[in-house]
Write a protein that binds this ligand. Sequence first.
Ligand SMILES: NC(=O)c1ccc[n+]([C@@H]2O[C@H](COP(=O)([O-])OP(=O)(O)OC[C@H]3O[C@@H](n4cnc5c(N)ncnc54)[C@H](O)[C@@H]3O)[C@@H](O)[C@H]2O)c1
Length: 439
Amino acid sequence: MTSKKSDIKSPEGKLGILIPGLGAVSTTFISGVLLIRKGMHKPIGSLTQMGKLRTGKGIDAKDVNIKDFIPLATLEDLEFGGWDLFEDNVYESAKNAAVLSREDIDPIKEELEKIKPWKAVFNRRFVKNLDGKWVKEAPTHWDLAEMVKQDILNFQKEKNLARMVMVWCGSTEIHQVMEPGVHDTIANFEKALKENHPAIAPSMIYCYAAMSLGIPYANGAPNLCNDIPAFWELAEKNQVPMCGKDFKTGQTFMKTLLAPGLKARMLGMQGWYSTNILGNRDGEVLDDPDSFKSKEVSKLSVLHQILEPEVYPDLYGDFYHKVTINYYPPRGDNKEGWDNIDIFGWLGYPMQIKVNFLCRDSILAAPFVLDLAIFLDLAKRASLSGNQEWLAFYWKSPMHTPDEEPEHDIFVQLMRLKNTLRWFMDEPPVTYLGSETYN
Ligand SMILES: NC(=O)c1ccc[n+]([C@@H]2O[C@H](COP(=O)([O-])OP(=O)(O)OC[C@H]3O[C@@H](n4cnc5c(N)ncnc54)[C@H](O)[C@@H]3O)[C@@H](O)[C@H]2O)c1
């Protein structure tokens, strides 16, 4: 990182948020921003809007609002555009998703109806349980990417946007692994786009279109997408910040809260069993084993990194981790997660912890879309590029280089995020070693 306060460009003009996938999360996000702008709600769950950080030392220490501390795009500056394979406008889609009540979405009906999806880049091979007709057709993947770029440029002109970011809120695609010769370099990727290679997923086409135009990209789902060397290369070449993957909302959020605490007390663990019921479209997509595989890989990685069984074999050497998701339509977006944690303490005596989280998936994820868009825009204005590790706080499966372990402990992630914000503003980091308390 080379940037400093004076190098950050000011957030003047409007910021366009480009969203592939106008489903439950994104319509809840857009509706929320409009309601908050009207003063009808508070931005609960958003670090950029409600979070504070501490600056100064001793008696000079004070807690300041993050949004006052660092120049960020404001809610008034945001414009929304997106793609979907169903033609419903955002009002219709929000109604179908049934996350928010009619009492909440009806006052903003007119504004929501104006946001109509552009035709999607879609291929059923990657999301088997969906079949929409609002889909682009073109001879090659390359042509599809060009069409996405055109949508973006039209939107920019129409809304007079100064800057844009893209946040993937589309369905989870099937599990893929990096394919040499296609995903390894940008030259191979571009060749594969022109040759219609089957290893190129629709999400990659959106990501390619955005990053080719210098637009930052965040991946809200666990698909491979931007986590391939070709996109790491493109990000550096075009000086674009990016990040991912998979919003850390419900059960994994709980895991990254609890597991660091158990480990801090040197309590052992025999196993962690997690199951969920979920009835929204995301649940339906995840009912396909290939899409679930992407989610499973993302959910399973967390505990291993936090507990470090290689370093603490007596405590975690044999721990067993299992995660399942069951599609259960009556619950809609109101997911219920159960966790059973078998731990052991002094002299190996066993204990159990049960967690039953009756959460609302999109209510938890919507403020992430906002924060990620605003922080990625900050990163871009500060001339950062490539993977933004300081945003790992938001991810179940934070992207990382092959020789690095991702950080999953939510408190370490938060400290890192806030210290990066301090670094942007030439403020010394807070390490909690006591030196911040005493002059
Ligand atoms: N809600 C959460 O807490 C949470 C947490 C982590 C990850 N996610 C991920 O976020 C994504 C969105 O979740 P959701 O609950 O809004 O799902 P959703 O099914 O309600 O919305 C996804 C939308 O994407 C559309 N879509 C699928 N493929 C597309 C494509 N190629 N182009 C354009 N549109 C496409 C679908 O038609 C749908 O409208 C999912 O991948 C989900 O796994 C959500």
